[in-house]
Design a binder for this molecule. Structure first.
Ligand SMILES: *[C@@H]1O[C@H](CO)[C@@H](O)[C@H](O)[C@H]1NC(C)=O
Ligand SMILES: *[C@@H]1O[C@H](CO)[C@@H](O)[C@H](O)[C@H]1NC(C)=O
Ligand SMILES: *[C@@H]1O[C@H](CO)[C@@H](O)[C@H](O)[C@H]1NC(C)=O
Ligand SMILES: *[C@@H]1O[C@H](CO)[C@@H](O)[C@H](O)[C@H]1NC(C)=O
Ligand SMILES: *[C@@H]1O[C@H](CO)[C@@H](O)[C@H](O)[C@H]1NC(C)=O
Length: 321
């Protein structure tokens, strides 16, 4: 009996040891960085910007490689008098919003090039969906991102009664497109509000009043799969997603094209080289250039676009602005 007890004790001790955590404080170069090792794996936090123990917080944070002047370059026309959301969007609301998702890998996955590419990709969607640059606008059509913060002339309130039990529409509330990648419909406001812990079903207008929230709703959409078995746009872009046979048969490969497929489906994908698709991709390429990564990193036509991809979710109601 005694011997058995000793064995149990020893076992418990061994388990305790392998579970041991070492915490190391930040070094001189990066005083915010805290590191610990658990079962041989490295976890970190970095101040307010990456404040949950996570493998991703060991890497550069977004503000390390994407600064105010980058934001100003990408969205240089947003505060011109003809823009429709003058004074609304700024760098700090983007970084504050991103901080919520950096521990999950947003802008913190892979090496610096991959990190910058993800920001260019995410903001490429943002820029094209909030643009008011058409045809011959000065600076070219890709210089006008963040011109809007909501849909201008909604034709309906986007209330879908099918979701009346889960996400019932609040009388008087309108669920038209709002945000950095606009969300539409009561069920999208309901789901985003749940994730962000903000009552967006009762107060969809918060998104057009608060730029941090407007970016958070967009990053939430980027980080969240439409359906359980599907990749998020984030996963498809950074290479976390491994395509199935079915995906390969539908020409769905990791890259920027797949993010358009996930976010907009047949609205822009599987229809050849249509303008709606090329407009989004051209924002991404423009931003890759502005960030110094270079548009050649956008990938070959089949990776960059979804021209030949079968939509993940056919027949879904995805209003595009
Ligand atoms: C941080 O961790 C807590 C507890 O594990 C979790 O509830 C929260 O969602 C995490 N936050 C982020 C930004 O990942
Ligand atoms: C960074 O990662 C990308 C994509 O994963 C890869 O193609 C590239 O070679 C890497 N660059 C360096 C310098 O390691
Ligand atoms: C952190 O950065 C390194 C080197 O740049 C990269 O190889 C690694 O994949 C990144 N970590 C995560 C969790 O993405
Ligand atoms: C804007 O939204 C963020 C995120 O939910 C919140 O932390 C902040 O307090 C809001 N700002 C205002 C002025 O309501
Ligand atoms: C394969 O793709 C087709 C068409 O997109 C879809 O109807 C089917 O459910 C998919 N099968 C699996 C196993 O995912």
């Amino acid at each position: 009996m005694k011997k058995q007890n000793a064995v149990v004790l020893l076992l418990a001790f061994v388990i305790l040891l392998t579970d041991a955590i070492t915490t190391v404080n930040g070094d001189d170069r990066n005083p915010k960085l805290q590191v610990k090792y658990k079962r041989g794996k490295k976890y970190c936090t970095q101040g307010w910007e990456c404040n949950n123990w996570s493998i991703y917080c060991c890497n550069l944070t977004i503000s390390d490689y994407f600064q105010t002047y980058h934001f100003e370059n990408l969205f240089s026309k947003r505060n011109t008098p003809v823009a429709h959301a003058v004074g609304f969007w700024d760098y700090h609301s983007f970084i504050n919003a991103a901080a919520l998702f950096e521990p999950q890998g947003f802008g913190t996955t892979g090496n610096k090039t991959m990190q910058m590419m993800e920001i260019a990709a995410f903001l490429g969607h943002v820029g094209s969906k909030t643009s008011c640059g058409y045809g011959v606008a000065t600076g070219g059509p890709t210089a006008w991102g963040l011109c809007y913060n909501h849909e201008m002339s909604p034709s309906q309130t986007y209330c879908d009664d099918y979701y009346k039990l889960t996400y019932p529409c609040t009388p008087g509330a309108e669920y038209y497109g709002r945000g950095a990648i606009p969300i539409y419909w009561n069920y999208n406001y309901g789901a985003a509000g749940e994730a962000l812990k903000v009552n967006l079903l009762d107060h969809p207008e918060y998104i057009e009043q608060n730029a941090t929230l407007a970016f958070q709703a967009a990053i939430w959409k980027w980080m969240t799969p439409v359906k359980k078995a599907q990749p998020s746009a984030h996963d498809a872009f950074v290479g976390n997603w491994k395509p199935t046979k079915n995906d390969t048969m539908g020409n769905r490969v990791p890259g920027f094209g797949a993010t358009m497929n996930i976010l907009y489906g047949e609205g822009v994908c599987g229809q050849g080289d249509v303008d709606s698709m090329n407009n989004i991709a051209s924002h991404f390429l423009f931003y890759l250039d502005l960030l110094g990564v270079g548009r050649d990193k956008g990938g070959t036509h089949d990776v960059l676009t979804c021209a030949e991809q079968r939509p993940f979710n056919p027949n879904t109601k995805t209003a595009s602005s």
